[in-house]
Design a protein around this ligand. Structure first.
Ligand code: SAM
Ligand code: SF4
Length: 334
């Protein structure tokens, strides 16, 4: 029996998010600059290395694996990776294999993902207005994403919509989005915009729409019942009594959720981040490339988990972006 991953605060690490690429077919304004420079290919973990890495984490007790990016579905050969990961679902070691996507490629891949044992998918969608969608994503087109979501549903995947709350941008669509999700049977989670990347500090503050505010607006139309469901992550949930729908709020800036954190992230270059909001990282690519067996890799993972910090330092409360991270979300994987 191999000992599971337990951090210094007695939190068991059972959830791994892996970014498989830094590239994307969109250029969302809060995530990327218009002219992003992407990493040279040799810096990225190969699909075989990603397999070894994930398999090692599964061997150390990770039960939930979320694939993200960049846009995970634009990585060449990614379906082979999903097919290979499905062996861990079949063995029972992995309880859930899932992904976060912008939805643009779901039309093409939803059925294959379902065949690999994926049951749920998170799709990021901030607006139902085609013009606004094109503005926010710069390169994205709404009809393609809506068709992708439809394909996911047709393939039997449960869809959760993730919406970044953007002041002055999708504020006026709060009820439209909630009603559309209720009608389509999708869960909905709102995310507070986070100070990531190198985009102007002022922009982030300007767009910051606190979810406490959003929630108060929802309560003007619906009866909200607080739910106790926690997933070990930053989301809190309510049920809208009128529709029965569950709505989540991810508020990394106004609430501290760190005490129940069960997750770590690996970037597409093999850097392990023990906390989304801290710079400390561990290089896993070197041990992966150093030898063919996974002994060094396991040692490096354990050493990193032993220094997982207690929490993050994001704070907007002083009207400046404190604790701002220099890396982009597309590197770490949201
Ligand atoms: N491309 C995929 C997508 O858009 O779902 C996966 C990667 S994306 C980086 C993951 C999530 O991060 C998306 O839901 C996106 O909206 C969110 N995100 C990106 N930048 C963000 C920011 N500055 N603040 C809050 N959420 C952000
Ligand atoms: Fe691409 Fe997702 Fe970032 Fe948008 S949020 S640019 S879709 S990685």
């Amino acid at each position: 029996m191999i000992a599971p991953l337990i951090d210094p605060f007695a939190r068991a690490i059972t959830y791994l998010r892996v970014s498989v690429t830094d590239r994307c077919d969109f250029r969302c304004v809060y995530c990327m600059s218009e002219h992003m420079e992407f990493l040279p290919k040799k810096e990225l973990l190969t699909l075989e290395e990603l397999d070894r890495l994930c398999t090692t984490f599964v061997g150390l007790g990770v039960e939930k694996l979320r694939i993200t990016g960049g846009e995970p579905l634009v990585r060449r050969g990614i379906m082979t990776f999903f097919q290979n990961m499905s062996r861990h679902l079949e063995s029972g070691a992995l309880k859930e294999l899932t992904l976060t996507t912008n939805g643009s490629q779901l039309g093409k891949y939803a059925a294959e993902l379902a065949a690999c044992g994926v049951r749920r998918v998170n799709v990021s969608l901030d607006t139902l207005d085609a013009e606004k969608f094109a503005k926010i994503t710069r390169w994205g087109r709404l009809p393609q994403v809506l068709a992708g979501i439809e394909a996911a549903r047709a393939a039997g995947l449960k869809v959760k919509i993730n919406t970044v709350a953007l002041k002055g941008v999708n504020e006026d669509e709060l009820f439209t989005l909630a009603e559309w999700c209720a009608a389509e049977g999708h869960d909905l989670t709102f995310i507070e915009v986070m100070p990531m990347g190198d985009m102007g500090e002022e922009d982030r503050l300007h767009q910051y729409w606190p979810l406490s505010d959003l929630r108060a607006q929802l309560a003007t139309r619906y009866t909200l019942t607080e739910l106790s469901d926690r997933t070990g992550g930053p989301a809190r949930y309510v049920r809208l009594e009128e529709t029965g729908q569950r709505i989540g709020f991810i508020t990394p800036l106004t609430h501290n959720f760190c005490e129940s954190c069960n997750r770590v992230r690996v970037t597409c270059t093999g850097d392990l981040f023990m906390c989304l909001g801290q710079e400390d990282r561990a290089d896993l690519r070197s041990p992966l490339r150093a030898t063919e067996d996974d002994v060094e890799l396991r040692t490096a993972i354990r050493a990193a988990i032993a220094r997982k910090p207690k929490g993050h330092d994001f704070d907007y409360s002083r009207q400046t972006v404190a604790g701002q991270m220099s890396r982009h979300m597309s590197h770490t994987g949201g």
